[in-house]
Design a protein around this ligand. Structure first.
Ligand code: FAD
Length: 406
């Protein structure tokens, strides 16, 4: 009998396992993958995610893997180009973009080092229900044998198509369908220091430096264009790059593509109720959103901490478990909602509404407020502070004063 069984051992599951094991709980974490391995995902981690890696004692390993620290974002809307460094998360000014086979392996090892039992190549097939609550898992182990294990809580960290969420019929809310389709790959010989992001009406491209001197570049269209994109991936990809940024397209064509394209149009937006009798959800299993703003890993780290604290509060009796898990859902949603709404808006690939266009134009040439604006996506500038009328009024007035001087 375990205290917790965690299904899924990537950015949500392994940190949850590690944190619970570090608190002294008996933890089993299983994944049908073996590590190191990649998954369909680019891998930008914002400063608050990097701060958590640092707090957990794992940042040095990520940095030592050779992915460069990233401190600047260039957000090029066409008529307005905003470039700057988001405010730090505490003392962490850097973002990183480690390959998933690098990051996830560091996370799985950290869970094992903390004392969690890790079973790779283990595919969960059913949940075990006893007395109306989840009591364990049944699945196929790496050797092919069917295995049943019991725990006080089963945590689904099993991603977008979570078997745990489906088995317990976790209700979804705040749903939006998939809005984009995207392909990405990796190039050598492309000079790139920071993140470059080019949103345009109907398309966008985003690029960041990663391990091994490579640059990861993604290009997206509206989701109804997936069939056309898939039928000519390379040609469509280069056309998007050219339309969004001829300069980036030129640099990319001077470089060498080192890997196959990977892509998807399966990127729905939803929250799920993340707890119930004997179960909880963390990461994409409980809250999934479009990858446009690259929040999934950073959010998974935050929610792993929130969930591990809630489970601990319940197990130690500091709080009834249900109440602690309700607090987890509330804190997750409060932290996620503003960027969720902005992500859905950006992923619609429409022109920004007029008042946003006016704000973007006003930010142009204002280095300090541009950095704070970029911190909205990084998660280091609170939305409620930035969007108070007094702050927006100050930015608009400063722009008007600059224009009057010209
Ligand atoms: C195209 C694309 C680009 C993205 N780019 C970014 C980005 O730049 N930055 C960012 O932060 N996020 C990005 N994301 C989102 C990010 O990939 C996810 O938010 C993140 O992977 C969520 O982590 P997770 O641990 O919840 O789930 P996952 O990473 O999906 O891991 C789930 C794990 O559960 C295992 N599993 C599932 N079912 C079972 C089962 N029945 N039995 C055993 N194991 C099981 C799987 O094998 C898998 O290893 C992107 C996503 C996509 C699709």
């Amino acid at each position: 009998m375990y205290d917790a069984i965690i299904v899924g051992a990537r950015c949500a599951g392994s940190p949850t396992a590690m944190l619970l094991a570090r608190k002294g709980y008996r933890v089993l974490v299983v994944d049908r993958s073996t590590f190191p391995s990649d998954i369909l995902s680019t891998h930008f981690i914002h400063q608050p995610g990097v701060l958590r890696l640092k707090r957990w004692g794992l940042l040095d390993q990520v940095a030592a893997s050779g992915c460069p620290p990233i401190t600047t974002i260039t957000l090029d809307f066409g008529p307005v180009v905003l470039s700057g460094s988001p405010p730090p998360a505490e003392d962490v000014a850097e973002a990183y973009c480690p390959r998933r086979r690098v990051l996830d392996t560091i996370l799985v090892r950290a869970a094992a080092d903390a004392g969690a039992q890790v079973r790779e190549g283990f595919s969960v097939q059913d949940l075990v229900f006893e007395d109306g609550r989840v009591a364990g898992i049944r699945g196929r182990a790496a050797g092919g044998q069917t295995v049943t294990e019991h725990a006080r809580i089963v945590i689904g960290a099993d991603g977008l198509h979570s078997l745990v969420a489906r088995s317990v019929k976790a209700p979804a809310y705040n749903e939006h369908p998939s809005l984009i389709c995207a392909y990405y790959s990796y190039w050598s010989g492309v000079d790139m220091r920071g993140t470059e992001w080019y949103p345009r009406v109907g398309q966008q491209t985003i690029a960041f430096p990663t391990n091994d001197g490579l640059v990861c570049i993604a290009a997206a269209l509206r989701s109804d264009k997936f069939h056309a994109f898939r039928s000519d991936i390379e040609g469509t990809f280069l056309r998007i790059l050219n339309a969004c940024s001829p300069g980036l397209a030129e640099r990319v064509q001077a470089g060498t593509r080192e890997e196959r394209f990977a892509g998807t149009a399966d990127v729905p937006n939803f929250f799920r109720t993340p707890y119930g009798p004997g179960w909880a959800l963390v990461g994409d299993a409980g809250y999934h959103k479009d990858p446009t703003t690259g929040e999934g890993i950073t959010d998974a780290f935050r929610d792993a901490e929130l969930l591990a604290d809630a489970v601990d509060a319940g197990f130690t009796g500091r709080q009834p478990l249900d109440e602690a898990l309700a607090g987890y859902e509330q804190r997750r949603n409060e932290a996620a909602m503003p960027i969720y709404e902005l992500t859905v808006q950006l992923a619609s690939l429409q022109a920004p509404p007029p008042e946003q266009q006016a704000l973007l134009a006003a930010l142009s040439g204002n280095k300090e407020d541009t950095s704070r604006f970029l911190g909205l996506v990084a998660g280091t500038t609170p939305f409620q502070e930035f969007f108070v009328p007094a702050n927006i009024g100050r930015i608009m007035a400063a722009a008007a004063a600059r224009a009057a001087l010209v």
